[in-house]
Design a protein around this ligand. Structure first.
Ligand code: ATP
Ligand code: MG
Length: 252
């Protein structure tokens, strides 16, 4: 069996990509899956959220081929959950690759030898649709789109959908949208409910039933280097990600 290959992408910043990758990964691992997280963001937020050592080999080294993926694995505080760290080198990667042949396929080629070793590989993308994200889309089977329930949520969604469509048509026919997940949801506001209604009308069953509530525990956990299942497994955010993990396991 080969891993389920999932990326978290939305070029809008701060919508919950990293929080979703880390905590979904933690609950998939808690439910008995072998999970590898890969941080493709130069900010390295995912890496620090699981206590990764920034001095170790990173996803940059793996992509440019100076290190095998196995040499970049780091364990995390969660059993069954490992990570390949991100780091500042990734910021220049698009420029470095621009004149390479098949520059969209560096990640795919780099990871081909490890796919049998994991149940899930989850890749956290940077907030852009540049070459790093395109590499992730050329490798993946599934895209999860985290979306914040706010007025400008729809802005940019067309471009994201078009990019996914173009990659699917021209570079990776296996790419599918696994689902849209609402993050930082507050059921009390009319606006949040309107955004959910609009997006659900358009995407129907692609929208995950689970909505991740706004929960301060989710924003505190990364500074302790722990996913939410270790930091506070009874808070509303933890229950949200546990439920999302069930949905994901049923969809793949
Ligand atoms: P970037 O585009 O910069 O990579 P991102 O899409 O990865 O951002 P996150 O870093 O996951 O987004 O989240 C942005 C901020 O919101 C972080 O400070 C995070 O802790 C916080 N946050 C995410 N989800 C929630 C939530 N459900 N409740 C409260 N805070 C949250
Ligand atoms: Mg992020």
């Amino acid at each position: 069996m080969s891993a389920n290959k999932i990326i978290f992408s939305n070029q809008k910043g701060g919508v919950g990509k990293t929080t979703t990758a880390v905590n979904l990964g933690a609950y998939l691992a808690e439910k008995g899956n072998k999970v590898l997280l890969i941080d493709l963001d130069s900010q390295g937020n995912l890496s620090s959220a699981v206590s990764a050592d920034p001095k170790m080999k990173s996803s940059y080294d793996v992509i440019v081929g100076t290190c095998a993926p196995q040499q970049a694995y780091q364990s995390t505080p969660v059993h069954n959950l490992s990570v390949i760290a991100g780091g500042i080198d990734l910021a220049g990667l698009s420029v470095e690759l621009v004149n390479e042949l098949a520059r969209e396929f560096f990640l795919k080629n780099a990871l081909s030898s490890i796919e049998q070793d994991w149940d899930y590989i989850l890749v956290d993308c940077p907030p852009s649709l540049g070459l790093v994200t395109i590499n992730a889309m050329c490798w993946a089977e599934y895209v999860v789109i985290p979306m914040q329930c706010e007025y400008f949520a729809m802005e940019g969604l067309n471009l994201l959908m078009r990019t996914i469509g173009n990659v699917k048509k021209q570079l990776n026919p296996h790419l599918e949208i696994l689902g849209i997940v609402f993050t930082m949801f507050t059921s009390r506001t009319r606006l949040a409910n309107d955004v959910v209604d609009d997006i659900t009308a358009y995407f129907s069953d692609k929208v995950f039933q689970t909505k991740i509530p706004r929960n301060v525990r989710l924003s505190e956990a990364p500074s302790h280097g722990m996913p939410i299942n270790l930091y506070d497994n009874t808070c509303s955010g933890a229950l949200g990600y546990a439920s999302l993990a069930e949905e994901v396991m049923n969809r793949v």
